[in-house]
Design a binder for this molecule. Sequence first.
Ligand code: IVH
Length: 676
Amino acid sequence: MGLCQSQQDYLQLVDTLNRHAHRYYVLDDPEIADAEYDQLYQTLLKTEEKHPHWITDISPSQRVADQPSDAFKQVQHKTPMLSLNNVFNETDMGAFYQRLVKRLEQADMHTDTIRFSAEPKFDGLALSLTYEHGRLVQGATRGDGQIGEDITHNVRTIASIPLQLLGDDIPDTLEIRGEVVMPKDGFERYNKSAEQRGDKTFANPRNAAAGSLRQLDPRITAQRPLEFYAYGIGLSNMTDHFDNHSQILNWLKSLAIPVHDSVTTLAGLSECVDYYQQLQTKRADLNIDIDGAVFKVDNLNLQNTLGFITKAPRWAIAYKFPAEEATTIIENIDVQVGRTGSITPVARLKPVTVGGVTVTNATLHNEDEIKRKDVRIGDTVFVRRAGDVIPEVVKVVKQKRPAGSQAFVMPTQCPVCGSDLYKPQDEAVWRCPAGLACDAQKKESIKHFASRKAMDIDGLGDKLVDQLIDAGLIDSAADLYHLTESQISGLERMGQKSAQNLLKAIKDSQQTTLPRFIYALGIREVGEATALTLANELKTIEAIEASSREELQQLPDIGPVVAQKIWAYFNNDANQQTIQALLDSGIRWPVIEQQDADNLPLKDVTIVLTGKLSQLTRSEAKQGLQKLGAQVTGSVSKNTDYVVAGTDAGSKLAKAESLSVEVVDEDWLMQQLSQQ
Ligand code: IVH
């Protein structure tokens, strides 16, 4: 975060920020990511602090907020819509907490540990709903916080917003505050169909939500998948009825106003940090975009004592996640050859930090995607990296396209082995037909073979596999088992010690399990779960090899496509030789016993399942137990041997206790199932 060195630089920055603010708020079509805007804005604030006499009244810091668009009627909020202060790390979150403690102590209101309402920070558009006598009469955007835009007609099209509140105890006037978001799946669907129609697409769900709400024609809004989540109230004469903010949210829920499932209450700093971390882990799985956690002092008295500082409450904080989006420039487009010959175009990027890591490559998925998004070398693009997902190019900033750029043309030959590429019917990807004769596919399949969930050869990373093949030391996975210390230690960056370690790891991997071995073969469509099914059901590699397509299809969760792929793999001479070579090189696994019914470990044992299990569904647990010979029944009696109680177990648990039936937990269950 820099500082402007001259007044001219400062004025230039003001100009830049104003331009971006307009693209963001008015056009819903930003050219830079939020985090980049924030960073520029911080530079502006710092510069203004250092050189107050430079401040111009058109600086974004000098206006209350953005002007509402004049296409909508303006409405005055009955209570202002405020904003939140942000923190970005644990230290600053701790400092926020300490400030609270200090202020409350000074006000003689110290509570032992401060209780909070913990909420997601929804990444959408703020909305104020006004209900009179329980009827929805107005929906308004935040605008400048005092005056917003009347978007009632559009708001009425959002299915989850009640037009009439439920219940009797409803104040004459009630302002409800919350956020409108577009769910991620709806956003994807919308962008796809917009593209097909040749309409404008959105860079992310937030812009899509904002763009949808600011439509002049509510019939268009009605077609957009929008959701609303409340996080508080504005005007009401109800605050005297409540002690805590969380009670207000629960009351809103009872009126039929949506409140998100992740909202909860907690106490103290460490619980806030835990909540933040858990929410971050859940972030990718949620169907809506969130960009942090919000912590609000739950007690309304304490809130009053703490009060506000300019436009934000002292009693609340937004603890933001690292940004998942950034803009950068595509320096080149290459194609990569995958393990199964798939050709994936990859954008080589000017390095940029996204989600806390430096990103230099982003997938462009396939030819159709490149065409759809019209991505070209030299383009400025939005890059997104969500959770563990591979970074991807989301959208091109067309305004920044350099003159004379050319559309990308897919190569017709494999960049590694030169074979003519082909595109199977019904597939979006081009493929190299050469199989293991193509060096790229060979390398990728050996990397997969050595990977953690496959043969788990510790220390054999991607670079080392490349080196071994490039040096001509191995040509197949089986060759790994014939490597010598002197061969390995001769490689760049490999000493004697690391060579010994690698040899040991390779040797250790010889003792494996059948599911790992099947998975390591890298059969198309056979992931870990399918490998496990094949091993558990058919017990030996010979039995798998001898199975017909029809027999394979009879197995749980194996459909015709997967059955065909498995059958084709095992009925190919080269693959048979690969398997034989691996077995000849010393790979072994424990024999899976053919269990006869009398020897099953849970024979004659009666079990009842109750409550929620975290690692598997109840029907999976039931099937697993039955395979071990157990009788799984629905009700508890004195003949029941065990009741497996998950979370929130109810009457069955109580009954078990009253009949003194042994109650066991999910760990016990998992232990039993691992005997399979
Ligand atoms: S409370 C007085 N809670 O963040 C406090 N705001 O930076 C008012 N937002 O304009 C805001 N999730 O649109 C609050 N759980 C949440 C929120 C939230 C998202 C947005 C809101 C507001 C902005 C403030």
